[in-house]
Design a protein around this ligand. Structure first.
Ligand code: F6P
Length: 533
């Protein structure tokens, strides 16, 4: 048993340091000529620079000490070797096994898991091959050429994000459409863009009980049946941990892909949930994505704290959110392909860390998981950067930018990186105009805002895999230090249950009586009375 956070001696020293005014960026760089070298870490072509976090050397020493006192290495080993790290659901969290080369299985989750993973990958590869070589046909005999993913949350976010990030990097991607919302509007919009006879539908749901996904899947099934004049099971692939539910839905055995209870939804992109990405972009890019993830897994498992990128970022999260007064994490990719990356990280981070109790059910006594949001960096500069630079709130600002712009028109080259670097400098250094100058108070920038800069050569599958795994492990580190279970999500259940019960009332099929919530009753009474009429 490791000591809880508050009883660690390193934590007590950190609390004392946080009570003092933070060191200024000028003072930190003046005191350490090697500060950038010591606090910028590279893995392959990814460079993560945390030198612009206002964290003194002694604080770093105590943060590393805290990681050791909390037995972070033991926790990492338990994660990789399949221990029950998700205690409230009694499950392992073996997403790292999904990208582990088979020959390393003995050091990871074990042979049984590795064999199951390989079997599913082979199954996936064979379906992908048949689809991409034109051997999968629709009901009128033409080859399938559009893919529609029907899924939500972890069964959608990663797929959309990866496709948007990588479609431009491969030749002749098939078209991917994703449908998540329950209202049917998204589905109708997709229906306008596809030919039913040449479309493959992927129904992705770990539980195969999710209302949104099953409602959309049934509608798609009926539409296809109507268009073909007969049921068309051969145009459906299923991805789920519930084989029987896929069978009951009507998905043919050869088109059912399996995931397992030890793959969390928001960690499931490298499993068969990633099938639509492999199907539309090809198996080779998908395998590169897995290779990039595995490179980050190894780095995380093997590197000492000072060189360990996810550990460094996790420690900074703890320092800023628990002790530094930060309330959020802005993710700002300077690459339009990463448009959906903040939304992807939002689920990963906030569904994992948005908890007020520890694994053992005790109250979390320090501020923990924060708000994560973001936008493409250039767009955000003309929107909410004002708040980042001069607002009274404090957030970790993460800027991600590619260095290689060979594919960009010449007149555009260098502008992106210059903007990312300029913003990093402004946030960290600030500006103190002469008090006598006009509007001096308005042109004053406090600086000292915590900045993480992530540079990479280019956005390719390997790099994207590294970036995803980096954040998965960063979240794991924060969760472990706070004692939180990052792999359950009990907080999403209540609203879903209430919504189910409300359907007959909203549809006007049941009477509004006094047993219903007074505010809900008020709203529905207003709706039933014709609203503004
Ligand atoms: O409601 C939240 C959630 O359970 C997520 O954790 C999950 O990724 C999503 O719903 C979809 O679940 P499923 O894959 O079981 O349909």
């Amino acid at each position: 048993m490791t000591a809880p956070l508050e009883r660690c001696s390193a934590w007590q020293r950190l609390v004392a340091q946080a009570a003092a005014p933070p060191p200024t960026m000028e003072a930190l760089f003046a005191a350490e000529s090697e500060r950038f070298q010591r606090h910028s870490l590279a893995l392959d072509d990814v460079l993560v620079d945390v030198s612009r976090h206002p964290v003194a050397e002694q604080t770093w020493t105590d943060l590393f000490q805290l990681a050791s006192e909390r037995d972070l290495s033991g926790a990492i080993e338990r994660l990789f070797t399949g221990a029950i790290v998700n205690e409230s659901e009694g499950r392992a969290a073996l997403h790292t096994a999904l990208r582990e080369p088979p020959e390393l299985a003995a050091q990871g989750a074990g042979i049984e898991v590795a064999t199951a993973v390989q079997q599913q990958l082979e199954r996936m590869a064979s379906l992908v091959e048949r689809l991409r070589s034109g051997q999968l046909h629709g009901y009128d005999g033409r080859p399938l050429q559009d893919v529609v993913n029907i899924g939500i949350g972890g069964s959608e976010c990663g797929v959309t994000m990866a496709y948007e990030a990588l479609a431009a990097t491969v030749e002749q991607p098939l078209r991917l459409h994703t449908v998540a919302a329950v209202d049917g509007r998204e589905l109708s919009a997709v229906w306008q863009q596809i030919d039913p006879a040449t479309t493959l539908f992927v129904v992705a749901s770990k539980s195969f009980t999710t209302q949104e996904t099953l409602t959309n899947a049934r509608t798609a099934w009926q539409w296809l049946e109507q268009a073909a004049g007969r049921p068309v099971p051969e145009q459906f692939v299923g991805v789920s941990a519930d084989e029987q539910a896929m069978a009951d839905f009507g998905i043919p055995e050869a088109q059912r892909l399996q995931i397992w209870d030890w793959v969390g939804g928001r960690y499931s992109l490298p499993s068969a949930v990633g099938f639509p990405v492999a199907a539309t972009l090809g198996m080779a890019p998908f395998c590169e994505l897995l290779r990039g993830m595995h490179a980050m897994d190894r780095h995380f498992r093997e590197s000492p704290w000072a060189n360990n990128i996810p550990v460094r970022l996790g420690l900074l999260g703890l320092w800023e959110f628990s002790l530094g007064g930060a309330c959020g994490h802005a993710v700002l990719p300077y690459h339009p392909g990463l448009r959906r990356f903040p939304a992807y990280l939002q689920q990963l981070d906030m569904e994992s860390l948005g908890k007020s109790v520890t694994q053992s059910g005790e109250a979390v006594t320090v501020p923990s998981g924060a708000i994560l949001w973001g936008e493409v960096g250039g767009n955000a500069q003309h929107s909410f950067f004002q708040w980042l630079h001069q607002g009274t709130g404090r957030v970790i600002v993460e800027l991600l930018a590619p260095v290689d712009e060979a594919e960009c028109p010449e007149a555009h080259r260098g502008l992106t990186l210059a903007n990312a670097l300029g913003q990093a400098e402004a946030l960290a250094r600030g500006q103190r105009p002469d008090p006598a100058a006009p509007a001096a108070a308005h042109r004053h920038y406090t600086g000292n805002r915590p900045v993480t800069l992530v540079l990479f050569r280019r956005l390719d599958p390997y790099t994207l895999g590294q970036l995803i795994a980096l954040h998965e492990h960063r979240v794991f580190v924060q969760a472990h230090l706070w004692g939180i279970n990052p792999f359950d999500q009990w907080g999403v259940e209540l609203g879903k249950q209430l919504a189910k019960g409300l359907v007959p009332l909203v549809r006007g099929e049941a009477a509004l009586d006094t047993s219903s919530d007074p505010a809900t009753r008020g709203v529905l009474t207003w709706v039933r009375a014709g609203m503004g009429e």
